[in-house]
Design a protein around this ligand. Sequence first.
Ligand code: ATP
Ligand code: MG
Length: 592
Amino acid sequence: MKNDNNERRNSEELKDAVPGDDPNVVNGEESTGLDFIRARIVRDGKTGKYDGRVHTRFPPEPNGYLHIGHAKSICLNFGIADEYNGLCNLRMDDTDPSKESMEYVEAIKRDVRWLGFDWGDRMYYASDYFDQLYEWAVKLIKKGKAYVDQLSEEEIREYRGTVTEPGRPSPYRDRSIEENLDLFERMKNGEFADGELVLRAKADLASPNMKMRDPLMYRIRHMSHYRTGDKWCIYPMYDFTHGQSDSIEKITHSICTLEFENNRELYDWFLDEIEIYHPQQIEFARLNLSHTVMSKRRLLELVEEGCVDGWDDPRMPTISGLRRRGYSPEAIRAFCDRIGVAKRESMVDIALLEHCLREDLNRRAMRVMAVLRPLKVVIENYPEDEVEMLDAVNNPESESAGSRKLPFSRVIYIEQEDFREYPPKKFFRLAPGREVRLKHGYFIKCEKAIRDEKSGEIIELRCTYDPKTKSGEAPAGRKVKGTLHWVSADHAVSAEVRLYDHLFTTPDPMSESGEEDHKKYLNPRSLEVLEGCMVEPSLSDARPGEYFQFLRQGYFCVDSRDSKPGALVFNRTVGLRDTWAKIEKAQQSKKG
Ligand code: ATP
Ligand code: MG
């Protein structure tokens, strides 16, 4: 399993490492109370390694929308810059013309900004460095450190050897510098077809690090790039671009995920051979979240195959999906803070993300009443035409949120599940002969249930109310256990409500499916659409993106795409029940 491998690799790394200078080794720096990345930055500040500068960057490839994993990297890079009086760049690592687009660039900018971060005037594109990279490639050829190869992709792989077997040199490895310069220029000029030739680094075919075995630097792609157009028909590989881009931007600490650990040696090799400035690369474990998939490639597949309704489908772990679902930037940032950074991969329970969301929304969301599956209730002893305006507190967690007026009248709706003809034990809601409290209103008692003659379903309740119980206050000596939410039938506004559940039924669809068959774990009940829900009239002018707590139901927001005045659509952001609190409690009781 994936996680085991990583643990093994990391413990090996710890064993082999020389203590002291490698920031990728955790050596007792926990004692500073800082994570290993911040500890390193503080140390470099003290030794003056970068003249006290702290300069990070967030470097996405614009080949998809950002997801919650990227949010972790964004919070880390921009967060560190903020904390240590440094700078953080936003850079598009856009070296692959086949998958990148301006739509993705715009979405990335929107999402980073929405999360609350600002790159100032430091928005960069690796594609702006193509000329410089070309010059550096020529420089390496001239130094005898790069050559044009004409083995096929397959042959290159075969010649490269395996972990136990060194690589063999390509028959073209020892071309003369002149010939290499000539061929490379002709590659650039478009004289060859895709795949016919490549430029490779002349590094170390015997290296135990496969990345060092003469990696590709350039390949031929007769394809327009979304920014450079048809200027180029050769494109630098990501590995020949990323380190140099960091160097050009004078990044001090290049923070990236663990899978780039082996690339570090190669990036350093390129920078050494080109003879330019070195940032320090530091790797951390990527975020894996349960019940979802995270790679952009997988997410794109879900979008393209119509498994979800676009990148911003509220079930997606994308930042735009979370936003549309009703997540606040504060909740996402709090989550990223809380998970911290580590050197070991693990799986974070999605319940923790939801817990952070509830903590935030609990403070801020206005409490309102919405009946999702309405059951009509006629209060027989309430005057026909009377409407009372009851006082309703907006948020008991926040006095400044104030209160509003709520209409009450003879016909109301309650939730179907709040009535049982034959109530089981511990069912404290409405049943024939039983009394409950209406939130902000009166006590009502059920006198009779009326059935539909044909279907036999209960379609209406006949109740009476007690005028002495206004605002839910019980006269001395009288108790009711249940409090129900409700809306006045004449005043309620009809709405569509979308209930969401996890996108996948299993915590780790990727590993359980052996990587390829994860879609069989897609949750067929991840979306339930309820129409004809009844919400209180104060919601009639709710604006897209506004969020609420529907009492007893959960947190909901107005859908930013489909909701229209007069045709409201609400998304359930998260339910009220906190499974994380339970998990944490169980963990604590196990510990001690
Ligand atoms: P994906 O595998 O989802 O396509 P990626 O790593 O290819 O992601 P990039 O656009 O290259 O996506 O990522 C930009 C930055 O975000 C990189 O520095 C990368 O290390 C970081 N990043 C990507 N995924 C995660 C994650 N799950 N957790 C933390 N950081 C991540
Ligand atoms: Mg990638």
